[in-house]
Design a binder for this molecule. Structure first.
Ligand code: ZN
Length: 167
């Protein structure tokens, strides 16, 4: 559950992480963030009432996110492929190995795509050129700010949207 969490932006305004209300207020009191948007929820702290930030920007630069490796798992493949079958664009329900494992295909980002049930049945254990299916994109390892999507999830707080320029 991401409700009440604060979207923390790096000093460059790149999305960085989500913070709990307690963490956000600790950052605020130690002057490590500037609040860009407040929520309606207030916490009483040190005798005063403070609004939990919805979005805040760090006052200093954190070097890290680009080096973060995105785990190759079902959920992250679905996020990369926008929950759509990469053969027909219908809702994805499973993962397809483009070169089947039984034919030496490896389990890596370039060989896996989100896939619907129908295409999965058509594809079965065949090589792509032995089917009528075509890939819409060449699957790649996710880059840029992808990992923030895996933190924020599929339904980000609407108040975060303008700050979530994802590449
Ligand atoms: Zn499909």
């Amino acid at each position: 559950m991401n409700t009440h969490k604060t979207l923390i932006l790096n000093s460059t305004f790149q999305p960085l992480s989500l913070a709990t209300p307690q963490r956000a207020l600790a950052l605020l009191f130690s002057k490590k963030i500037n609040v860009l948007k407040e929520s309606d929820i207030k916490l009483r702290s040190v005798g005063q009432s403070v609004a939990i930030p919805k979005v805040a920007v760090l006052t200093y630069f954190v070097k890290a996110p680009y080096a973060r490796r995105v785990a190759l798992n079902r959920e992250n493949i679905f996020i990369r492929d926008s929950y759509a079958c990469q053969y027909c664009s219908n809702a994805a329900e499973s993962i397809d190995h483009i070169i089947p494992k039984s034919k030496g295909g490896s389990h890596e980002w370039s060989n896996v795509v989100a896939c619907c049930k129908k295409c999965n049945l058509l594809k079965a254990d065949k090589l792509l050129n032995k089917t009528s299916l075509n890939l819409k994109i060449i699957p790649k390892i996710p880059e840029g700010n992808f990992w923030i999507k895996t933190i924020i999830g599929n339904n980000p707080d609407p108040d975060w949207k303008e700050y979530l320029v994802l590449t």
